[in-house]
Design a protein around this ligand. Structure first.
Ligand code: ASP
Length: 483
């Protein structure tokens, strides 16, 4: 039952300019002891002790305990009505807690807000999922469906905020090193890069399709043709593959390409950046070995049975980061059909000593690519190569894979033409940012570090996507659905 007093206060609130723009952040309250302040946020929990009503209020910066005393009649009456996740603005006194009531473990443990008045900015229904714990006991489907709620929990707030910090720091490091961030198109062309493409129908050219980029690979190489020399980008990549714990239909790469470089240069700049990220943002973590050890593909396979070895000396230590480089990958491998295919990226170059074999298409299985993967605790968190910058060498790669000249021209004519206009030697790398963040945050899968993640089946449960489109849209696109 809403009391007449509460009704009156709510009415007054509606009629006044309720939102006080002089609101301060909860993390700053300690410097306002003894004064009256206005704060705003979400009701984390309310504990009713009859005369005393305690409310924990949460904003993006922190949490604080507030108390409503019966002598502030209006504030007390309203405090009685608020429920978890209501959005309220509170004006109150910042009081120092008596020594014996100080909560040492809490950032605001030595203060308490004495509520003078409350403005309810928005009410909330009983939340379908609890947002206060770490959420690990809640089914993932519910968490993804109500992601806006799920993201309110401290663990997810921390993951999203640290992700921002990592991106920001890497941008700053790259900028300082003379790299520039360049956006490349999302509507691009279907080309073989290892996975199935997501395609987008063209309305103006019915029956034709764009492809969403699996990576900015070709554009970044064309930027080297364009004389940019040092490119990077936090790039969204889309691959239509069966999802796993460390895969998602769309993911983020820290993508980089440089001109006039060797493998050593690319590895050095990445190693330096990775170390700086860990030391600055995760000082509690220990990097097992610097410089990062290098392991050849052959050695990794014989010693660890895979090409992303987990070389941690103590697998129980959540703060141990064991980076290593894996190098000297075979350029080609045989498919079941007996045809040769590239192992990583058709644009990789051969190591200089194998270039002759590539050009003469000789001893193909023995050709080693100028490729390097960066591995962390048993996960491949990045990979790249020094590329072929010579048109004929690129043609050879496709010929080895059995492509006809005509198909090479059709798919990669733009690359071949660019390479003939004076393209410098170049190479690069891309990190899987989500996997890196997952490991830094000790999370079991990348969905915990992707704000709006999809399910293992590639569904967005919150937006209910993929979804049907209207008959009109289908007609406009010239598309007929067959069952
Ligand atoms: N584009 C490559 C990938 O997505 C990375 C690279 O070679 O730079 O794996």
């Amino acid at each position: 039952m809403t009391s007449p007093l509460v009704k009156k206060i709510k009415n007054d609130n509606l009629n006044s300019k309720a939102l006080n723009m002089k609101r301060i952040y909860i993390k700053d309250l300690k410097s306002h002891i003894g004064s009256e302040v206005t704060i705003a946020g979400w009701v984390d929990i309310r504990r009713d002790h009859g005369k005393l009503i305690f409310i924990d209020l949460r904003d993006a910066s922190g949490k604080v305990q507030m108390v409503a005393l019966p002598n502030h009649k209006e504030g007390h009456a309203l405090a009685n009505t608020v429920r978890p996740e209501w959005v309220i603005q509170v004006t109150g006194n910042v009081n120092k807690r008596p020594e014996k009531l100080v909560n040492k473990g809490e950032p605001n443990g030595e203060i308490e807000i004495e509520i003078l008045s409350i403005v309810v900015l928005n009410e909330a229904e009983t939340p379908p999922i609890d947002v206060r714990g770490d959420g690990k006991e809640i089914g993932e489907e519910s968490r993804l469906k109500y992601r806006y709620l799920d993201l309110r929990r401290p663990r997810m707030q921390k993951n999203v905020r640290n992700r921002h910090k990592v991106i920001k720091l890497v941008r700053d490091i790259m900028d300082k090193d003379g790299f520039i961030e360049i956006e490349t198109p999302l509507l691009t062309k279907s080309t073989p890069e290892g996975s199935r493409d997501y395609v987008v129908p063209s309305r103006l050219e019915k029956g034709k399709f764009y492809a969403l980029p699996q990576s900015p690979q070709q554009y970044k190489q064309l930027l080297m043709s364009a004389g940019m020399e040092k490119y990077f980008q936090f790039a969204r990549c889309m691959r239509d593959e069966d999802t796993r714990g460390d895969r998602q239909p769309e993911f983020t790469q820290m993508d980089l390409e440089m001109s006039f470089v060797t493998e050593e240069d690319i590895m050095a700049i990445n190693e330096k950046t990775l170390i700086e990220v860990v030391k600055t943002i995760y000082p509690e973590k220990k990097i097992q070995q610097i410089p990062f050890p290098r392991i050849t593909y052959k050695e990794a396979m014989s010693k660890y049975g895979n090409d992303k070895p987990d070389i941690r000396t103590d697998k129980n230590d959540p703060n141990l980061l064991a980076f290593c480089w894996v190098v000297d990958f075979p350029f080609f491998e045989k498919e079941d059909s007996g045809k040769w295919t590239f192992t990583h990226n058709p644009f990789s170059g051969a190591k200089p000593e194998y270039l002759k074999n590539l050009m003469e298409m000789k001893d193909i299985g023995s050709i080693i690519a100028a490729q390097y993967d960066i591995v962390l605790n048993g996960y491949e968190i990045g990979g790249g190569s020094i590329r072929n910058h010579n048109a004929e060498a690129l043609v050879k790669v496709f010929e080895i894979m059995g492509y006809e000249r005509e198909r090479i021209e059709k798919n990669f004519g733009h690359m071949l033409r660019a390479f003939k206009t004076g393209t410098p030697p170049h190479g690069g790398i891309a990190w899987g940012l989500d996997r890196f963040m997952m490991l830094l945050e000790n999370e079991p899968n990348i969905r915990e570090v992707i704000p709006f993640a999809k399910t293992g089946e590639g569904k967005d449960l919150m937006m209910e996507s993929p979804s049907d489109i209207s008959k009109e849209q289908l007609i406009e696109l010239g598309i007929k659905i067959t069952q």
